[in-house]
Design a protein. Sequence first.
Length: 227
Amino acid sequence: MSTTRVPKPFRAFLSYSSRDKKFAGRIKHALESYNLDAFLAHEDIAPAANWQQTIEQELKRCDAFIPLITKQNFHASYWTDQECGFALARAKVILPICSRNPYGFLEKYQAYKRKPGKNEGQLIEDVLVGLASHKSVRNRFLATLISTLRTSSGFDQSIAICRVLGRVSRLSKVQMAKLLRNATAQSQVYKSIESVRYIRQLIKKNSGKVEKSLVHKFEQKVAKYSS
């Protein structure tokens, strides 16, 4: 009897001061819109659970560690620096989102600046493109995005995912094949002018790794609903 292998979710751990929990909640929601599993202590720890043990478990199993370094609150927190030390010791992929410069051992990491007037959706998109540049998690992260296209909940989600993929420099032959199959099977992709534009950009960037038959099937679907 054959079974379908369900991929493990891509996990991000958000480290933040409790004073910034509203901002952290928005970041969690934005990450989850890309189908990432974003752990946020005040939302994801059950009332009766051992919270310290739960945090340690989530730190161990996360794929990416995202500290939300605000001007005063983050460093003033008793726990955030300890979480950072844990992530550093385990060589986690670290992507700081900052409204102040990173400090200590975090200074060497590229920071994603939170600026007044900057759209948080654009900030998260920049973080995700940066995530794709880390070899240790790149394939699992891209697999999550590409698989999510198949089950996209709407045009906005499809466009956002295609836009991030469009900013990634190169995909493998296997990734391009799965992307085209999922895009061809999902009306939220092939009926969207923006999503189609990003897919075509990826086809052009990866021209030597694309199966012509898959491109033909995708373009047939696009043509059918754009005529």
